[in-house]
Design a binder for this molecule. Structure first.
Ligand code: CA
Length: 231
């Protein structure tokens, strides 16, 4: 069974290259040139992964991703012409599973597609925590990939969930950025180390939105991060 990949990209030459690369690798590629068309295809049938251009004519790729996330549980790989947009992709609550900056090689793209499909279809990569139970005020729901904090369910992207999960299951233990990369990201060498910092920042913002009484994630300068020891 080959996976159905939706490509939402308004530049025909890029869409052609992506379609060709995916087809030769055995994927079913469906191309749409606008966000509206893309949503229609998603609604019509089973799509296993979306490759989404950030700069679309009718709607921003970020806005479209939010809409997609509300309605479908489908992984998204962003493609962008500007590397300055990467921070938005990884940092905000958009929940992209990966991103690529144009120009990229077809080979790199299909490798990313496979990697994302592997971890989203074949079950997420298990992390090996020292302890396996969360303690109040955090509650990790492994089956729903969600974490609640002081009774409020946090809206977390896939990586934010994985990152916070590692910290929450090991309160008081200090993790280096490398260790977090290793535990949370599937292909650590393909990601930037600062993405750990970016994700920690957004997780902190989400915790502060619940309560700003305490700093729950402690920074160890030059080393990494830890969840505050829980009593
Ligand atoms: Ca474009």
């Amino acid at each position: 069974m080959s996976e159905n990949i939706l490509i939402v990209e308004d530049e025909p030459s890029i869409a052609d290259n992506i379609t060709y690369a995916l087809s030769t690798e055995g994927f079913n590629a469906h191309w749409c040139a606008s966000g509206r068309e893309g949503m229609a295809v998603l609604e019509a049938g089973r799509i296993d992964l979306v490759i989404l251009d950030v700069g679309l004519p009718d709607v921003s790729g970020f806005e479209l991703a939010k809409e997609i996330r509300k309605l479908f549980d489908v992984p998204i790989i962003f493609v962008t012409a500007r590397s300055s947009e990467i921070d938005r992709v990884v940092g905000l609550e958009i929940g992209g599973d990966d991103y690529m900056v144009k120009p990229f090689s077809p080979r790199e793209l299909t490798a990313r597609v496979r990697a994302v499909l592997r971890r989203t279809v074949g079950g997420s990569k298990p992390v090996q925590p020292v302890e396996s139970k969360s303690k109040p005020p955090f509650l990790v729901d492994e089956t729903r990939y969600s974490i609640s904090f002081l009774g409020s369910q946090l809206e977390l992207s896939r990586y934010e969930f994985r990152l916070l999960r590692v910290l929450v299951l090991n309160p008081g233990r200090v993790f280096t950025r490398d260790q977090l990369m290793e535990q949370v990201w599937d292909e650590p060498d393909m990601s930037l180390e600062r993405t750990v910092d970016t994700h920690i920042k957004t997780i902190r913002q989400k915790l502060r939105a619940v309560t700003s009484d305490e700093e729950w994630i402690v920074t160890f300068r030059g080393i990494g991060y830890s969840l505050k020891e829980l009593s």
